[in-house]
Ligand binder design. Structure first.
Ligand code: NAP
Length: 259
């Protein structure tokens, strides 16, 4: 619960000092910004990467510069044993994992009729099985301690659907269902579960788009620009903090007004 003094929320309710976090897919893009924002607010952070060890070590170095402890851990989150080892790495180092951010993801552009079974399974494996694996690994400790924050990075396309991205939209809509259902299952245990649904955010994930396509997307966004990874990270840090403790089962848009 959020602590209040003289009718004001105490400042440390926005701090993550003493908290520990696992952020999946944190070597670049939105995950990197989330890992650094959690570190800036005092959390110790496991920086998960799949392939980019050097980039992950750089995030660890920057987190340490911010005064936080951090460690880079390789894992493909769609692999259950790897996801368990990832969460265990945080628990072994700091004795607990308070915050899990299921951020790892991949894009897939293509008509449904051109989408192969392998592509479909790959997307569901990273977005859905990955979140399932990591959450299942982190929850027992959270339940034992009566405190936890699970934050899933969904997408505006999981809310409204996107042509040419049916598989991706389906995976993100599934993640939203996972969020709402799990929030009801674990709420009494002091654990909140929320989703953040970014709009179009400037990361490598947009590499498949032409400058004209990006400009058209910015034009279609009410605030008139694409988002930055930090636009997402600030919301995640709030949800991870004690001040966010009465928010659960929600999908918070970070989409510049797209929805
Ligand atoms: P990004 O720059 O492409 O980064 C994706 C990250 O996920 C990378 O660090 C990647 O690791 C990691 N990853 C992919 N598959 C993984 C796996 N099986 N196990 C562990 N890590 C894995 O993309 P981003 O834009 O930051 O996206 C982050 C999240 O936001 C994704 O879930 C994405 O769907 C969501 N999102 C993005 C946007 C957007 O416009 N950018 C909008 C809505 C939602 P490697 O570096 O090793 O490949």
């Amino acid at each position: 619960m959020c602590s209040v003094k003289d009718g004001l929320i105490e400042r440390d309710n926005y701090s993550l000092a003493g908290k520990t976090a696992v952020v999946t897919g944190a070597a670049r893009g939105i995950g990197r910004a989330i890992a650094l924002e959690l570190a800036r607010r005092g959390a110790s952070v496991v920086v998960n990467y799949r392939t980019r060890q050097e980039a992950a070590e750089e995030v660890v170095r920057l987190a340490k510069e911010l005064g936080a402890d951090a460690v880079a851990v390789q894992a493909d989150v769609s692999d259950d044993a790897a996801a368990r080892a990832l969460v265990a790495a945080g628990a072994q180092r700091w004795g607990k994992v308070d915050i899990l951010v299921n951020n790892a993801g991949i894009a897939h552009y293509g008509l449904l009729l051109d989408t192969t079974v392998e592509q479909w399974d790959l997307l569901m494996g990273v977005h859905l099985r990955g979140a399932f694996n990591c959450t299942r690994a982190a929850l027992p400790g959270m339940i034992r301690r009566g405190y936890g924050r699970v934050i899933n990075i969904a997408s505006v396309w999981g809310q409204v659907g996107a042509a040419n991205e049916v598989a991706y939209s389906t995976a993100k809509a599934g993640l939203i269902g996972f969020t709402k259902a799990l929030a009801k299952e674990v709420g009494r245990g002091g654990i909140t579960v929320n989703a953040v649904a970014p709009g179009v955010i400037e990361t490598d994930m947009l590499n498949g788009l032409t400058p004209d396509e990006k400009a058209a997307l910015a034009e279609a966004t009410p605030v008139g620009r694409l988002g930055s990874p930090e636009d997402v990270a600030g919301i995640v840090a709030y949800l991870a903090s004690p001040a966010g403790g009465y928010v659960t089962g929600q999908v918070i848009g970070a989409d510049g007004g797209m929805t």
